[in-house]
Design a protein around this ligand. Structure first.
Ligand SMILES: Cc1cc2nc3c(=O)[nH]c(=O)nc-3n(C[C@H](O)[C@H](O)[C@H](O)COP(=O)(O)OP(=O)(O)OC[C@H]3O[C@@H](n4cnc5c(N)ncnc54)[C@H](O)[C@@H]3O)c2cc1C
Length: 299
């Protein structure tokens, strides 16, 4: 069983000779099975964060007064399990429809009671809060090999905004998020935006979004499951073209769900456990619609 996640499962398959023939040959890897979609179809949620810096020390952050406040907060947390140290920081979330006529949301919000800039690689002195907006669909990217050596990182290209609808939608989402931040209850918190400015033209806003947008950590679909011959795994998660190998992680999702990916991945694990247990009791006992015949009994 392979469960190395949406980046490393396709990498390990390719390093083992299962993947697109031309790409494997370019790295001098003997082809065991030509699987053109290994590493293809990468989908992720592209996200832009409106950060607001405030003078209050109420949100999580770094300042002399803020650090001094941590001492009693630490004691409160240790004694009662309460207070600001009991916060998961990402305290609220929501889903939006960019148009009321849509059947389902196409934007997601994560609210953090702290400044979050470039995945916190860029730390700020001071306090603030942030509202993440992410687009739930569209652009597709790739995971390819940098080297035949599995110890080297693969090349991850999410190709964010390769589908023009994503940037249009994200811009719309940022405008909607701003309206939420301007609503009376949150407007009370005030603050100054870090990268965006209320008076920006649409074009300036788009450039800021495109320059700062990044993943909200939901990569999937690089070893797509499907009933068709091109899919990497069949509906019982068996890798097509080889015997005895299943993939059990987020890479098998056929497409990206409109929300966070951890729970569905846990469910994939639970389902895989049932499939494996059933195949051990009686091979082929659990057959799903559209499942292709396996090359051999996979466990
Ligand atoms: C910073 C961050 C925050 C997130 N927050 C949320 C959230 O709040 N809610 C939510 O629903 N989802 C969240 N996610 C997404 C969620 O964590 C993933 O969707 C989920 O973990 C995917 O599970 P997986 O099994 O596919 O991959 P992973 O959890 O990445 O597991 C893959 C495992 O394989 C191991 N591995 C990889 N290569 C090798 C190798 N060559 N040899 C041995 N082991 C290897 C890795 O070390 C890892 O342990 C977040 C992700 C990140 C990165």
């Amino acid at each position: 069983m392979l469960a190395a996640g949406a980046f490393n499962s396709p990498q390990l398959l390719m390093c083992s000779g299962i993947g697109p023939t031309v790409h494997l040959q370019a790295h001098g890897i003997d082809v065991l099975h030509d699987a053109p979609e290994v590493g293809q179809n990468l989908i992720d949620h592209v996200d832009f964060t409106i950060n607001k810096r405030v003078s209050s020390i109420e949100p999580t952050g770094f300042s002399v007064r803020g650090i001094a406040r941590m001492v009693p907060q630490f004691v409160t947390f240790m004694r009662h399990g309460r207070g600001m140290l009991s916060s998961n920081v990402a305290e609220a979330g929501g889903f939006l429809k960019s148009k009321p006529t849509l059947a389902r949301p196409d934007l997601q919000l994560h609210f953090c009671a702290a400044l979050v800039d470039d995945h916190n690689r860029h730390m700020h002195w001071g306090h603030g809060y942030s509202l993440h907006v992410c687009v739930l669909r569209f652009s597709r990217g790739t995971v390819t090999l940098a080297s035949a050596d599995a110890r080297e990182a693969p090349v991850i290209d999410p190709r964010f905004f390769s589908d023009a609808r994503d940037l249009d939608l994200l811009e719309e989402g940022v405008q909607m998020a701003r309206r939420i931040l301007d609503a009376p209850s949150l407007a009370l918190c005030g603050g100054r935006e870090l990268y965006t400015r209320p008076g920006q033209t649409d074009e300036q806003l788009r450039q800021t979004i495109a320059g700062h947008a990044d993943t909200i950590y939901h990569p999937v679909a690089t070893c797509r499951m499907g009933g068709d011959a091109r899919s990497v795994v069949d509906p019982q998660l068996r890798v097509r073209g080889v015997a005895g190998l299943r993939i059990v992680d987020a890479s098998v999702m056929p497409t990206l769900i409109g929300g966070n990916t951890n729970s569905p991945t846990v469910m994939i694990g639970e389902r895989a456990a049932d499939l494996i247990a059933a195949s051990r009791r009686e091979p082929q006992a659990v057959e799903l619609p559209g499942a292709a015949a396996p090359t051999a009994s996979a466990v």
